[in-house]
Design a protein around this ligand. Structure first.
Ligand code: G3P
Length: 216
């Protein structure tokens, strides 16, 4: 499974990148707004040190607007993936960009049928939002399993990018099901390293080493 960091905070992204946790980056209009920076500038800075796909989302809702905005965004760097919403115009824009060999991340997916449509439109990534389904009392992770089955049934090569991952358990479950990618905030990615028994083990080994009086 590859990891995308869901953030536009450069310091956080660099820290995660140094820890080997960044195979790519995802952003959305809320994340860009939170950064307080202009989208072109912040996406360009992310692409200057992240080699993998960097998703930048259009804000337009109509096909022409999405094509105009998506073209601007994809011109920033070769590794920009244009992010479009799962609407008829979004999937039409997806076909347009895929014909031009531009990566497309189809976002705001909440059903298996939506994911099927995105795959038929040639999406590079489909982003099912697990946490937001959980928020309304629906089993978000079931959607990842349904999409995996459907894509495998028909040999679609669209990558399942499990999104709205809020916990390390989300990531583990998505990996067990076979999602190709997961995107999560840097804090969740960094928490993948953590286990209290690792900390406890280091503490006791160090104490015993000190008692031994040895050095290496
Ligand atoms: O970037 C899309 C997605 O990961 C958003 O997550 O936590 O805002 O539902 P969240």
């Amino acid at each position: 499974m590859k990891f995308f960091a869901d953030s536009a905070d450069i310091a956080e992204l660099r820290a995660c990148h140094d820890m080997g946790l960044v195979d790519g980056v995802t952003t959305n209009p809320s994340i860009i707004a939170k950064s307080g920076r202009k989208i072109r500038e912040v996406i360009a800075e992310i692409c200057s040190f992240v080699e993998g796909p960097v998703s930048a989302e259009v804000a337009a809702l109509d096909f022409d607007g999405m094509v105009r905005e998506g073209s601007e965004l994809s011109a920033i760097a070769k590794n920009v993936a244009v992010k479009v919403p799962l609407t008829p115009a979004g999937l039409k824009a997806c076909r347009h960009f895929r014909e031009k060999d531009v990566m497309v991340n189809v976002t705001l997916c909440f059903s298996a049928n939506q994911a099927l449509l995105a795959a038929k439109a040639g999406a590079t990534f489909i982003s099912p939002f697990v946490g937001r389904l959980d928020d309304i009392g629906l089993p978000g992770m079931d959607l990842i399993g349904e999409i995996r089955t459907i894509y495998d049934n028909y040999g679609f090569d669209t990558n399942i990018l499990a999104a709205s991952m809020r916990t390390v358990n989300h990531i583990k479950e998505a990996a067990l099901i076979g999602a190709d990618y997961a995107t999560a905030p840097p804090a969740v990615l960094k928490a993948l390293y953590s286990h209290p028994l690792t900390d406890k083990g280091i503490e006791s080994f160090l104490a015993d080493w000190k008692k031994s009086g040895q050095s290496i």
